[in-house]
Design a protein around this ligand. Sequence first.
Ligand code: SF4
Length: 183
Amino acid sequence: MSSVVSRLEHLIRLAREIWLLMPRRVVLVSACLLGLNTKYDGGNNYRERVAKLLEREDLVVIPFCPEQLGGLPTPREPADLTADGGEVLGGKGRVITWGGRDVTHSFVRGAEESLKLARMVGARAAVLKARSPSCGVGGVYRAGDRRLMPWNGVTAAILIREGIRVMSDEEFSEDALERALGL
Ligand code: SF4
């Protein structure tokens, strides 16, 4: 009987070692979606179905907030873009707070730090908060009239340029994420 138990223990140990050797798939997630209070007003944008990713053992979920990585405080003044995030990265657009302050430098720095993080952890996909001037995917408010434009946020743009598959929390589903990670 004891030899059966020890063989079983050996098999379990072996299975665990194999499991640990399997490559984990890394996903960046906007920190506010997971309930961290990184939002401009000091709150969060918790989304239960996104936060459930934390329970998956086959994924490594890395929370990040580009605006904090760019050195901005929390709470902070909200801001909007004058052009698509890609244009902002190329120096052809700006990020302006509702009070009129130019915070482009902090947003670009946050995007660059986010890209550094993505490379560091080998992220292949990102789930990002919709309509944020940093994280928004395909829909961001324009500075001045706050009209919703078909633009990406500054960090979404830099991640897309890197070939990382991004999706907003509104587009997110576990199936969509599987497809993104499978590429
Ligand atoms: S920058 Fe992105 S992660 Fe940070 S609070 Fe805004 S939407 Fe959330």
